[in-house]
Design a protein around this ligand. Structure first.
Ligand code: A3P
Length: 278
């Protein structure tokens, strides 16, 4: 689906063609809509979602920037909510449907160290590039990422939107970092349960419910499960593409210190004054 550049409804064709465009990471172009870059064929759904989506006040929405650990947290929340249907999106806070921002529904936002996010993204999108194009040169990807041109980017604006919302409405938006999840998954799972209004009771804590969720949602277990080895997402993407290494700090295996400093520099400048650090 990352190869598609043809699906546009007549209603949004005019709007689409008026939006600034950039070459994407695969081969479909990216379009800048209200400050964020979208795959152009996806904008149709973004418009529809903004206009029509009605959230239920008891819904919990998982929001992430791509490659920040969506699959992992989705599995954990699915287990915590007793296998209830879970909604997940990559939409920036400012572009969430009105009903989401104005109802009592809760949002769990997951972000990740930008250097690991970039490397994860680079690997992921490379898999969808046509053979004749080869890999996206890493430096070209870095230029794009540091220029804010990535799917749902600029990355910093995506993160800042939810960081601000979480500071202002901590009961509505829970801000979680992938690195915190990796450092102590058990503590974070309990934090998620508390936020969802379903804290673990004494008996659950004694009988190993938390540990069971950790085991079930571990990288090894999820990536080895049959559905993830052979299943596909509704977009046609194979589930196995969502599992690579699942480690913190893997960027050092691909980028020089100078390249890392470039991302750090941009992030420091953009996050300045927000109180947020990676
Ligand atoms: P890497 O590419 O760094 O390995 P998303 O689900 O948002 O697309 O994020 C994908 C990233 O999450 C990938 O990172 C993937 O390996 C990692 N991931 C997937 N399942 C995970 C798990 N159970 N625990 C930790 N990381 C996981």
């Amino acid at each position: 689906n990352y190869l598609r550049d043809d699906v546009k409804s007549p209603e949004c064709e005019d709007l689409l063609s008026s939006l600034p465009s950039e070459e994407g990471w695969v081969q479909t172009s990216l379009r800048l809509y209200r400050g964020f870059w979208f795959l152009s064929w996806l904008l149709n759904s973004v418009f529809a979602c903004q206009n029509q989506f009605q959230v239920h006040p008891s819904d919990i929405l998982l929001v992430t920037s791509p490659k920040c650990g969506t699959t992992w947290l989705k599995a954990i929340l699915f287990a915590l909510l007793n296998h209830a249907e879970l909604l997940a999106t990559h939409l920036p806070y400012s572009l969430l449907p009105r009903s989401v921002r104005h109802s009592n529904c809760k949002l769990v936002y997951l972000c990740r160290n930008p250097k690991d996010t970039f490397i994860s993204m680079w690997h992921y999108f490379n898999k969808f590039r046509p053979e004749e194009k080869g890999q996206l040169p890493l430096l070209e990807g870095l230029d794009k990422f540091c220029g804010g041109i990535s799917v749902y980017g600029p990355y910093w604006d995506h993160v800042l939107g939810y960081h601000k919302a979480s500071s202002e409405m901590p009961e509505k938006v829970l801000f979680v970092k992938y690195e915190e999840m990796k450092a102590d998954t058990s503590v974070q799972v309990r934090r998620l349960a508390d936020f969802n209004g379903r804290p673990f009771n004494e008996e659950e804590l004694r009988n190993g419910t938390v540990e069971g969720i950790l085991r079930m949602c571990s990288f090894d277990n999820l990536s080895a499960s049959e559905v993830n080895r052979s299943g596909k997402l509704p977009t046609g993407v194979e589930n196995k593409r969502l599992f690579r290494k699942g480690e913190v700090g893997d960027w050092v295996n691909y980028m020089s210190a100078e390249m890392g400093e470039r991302i750090d520099g941009v992030m420091e400048e953009k996050l300045h004054g927000s109180g947020l650090k990676f």
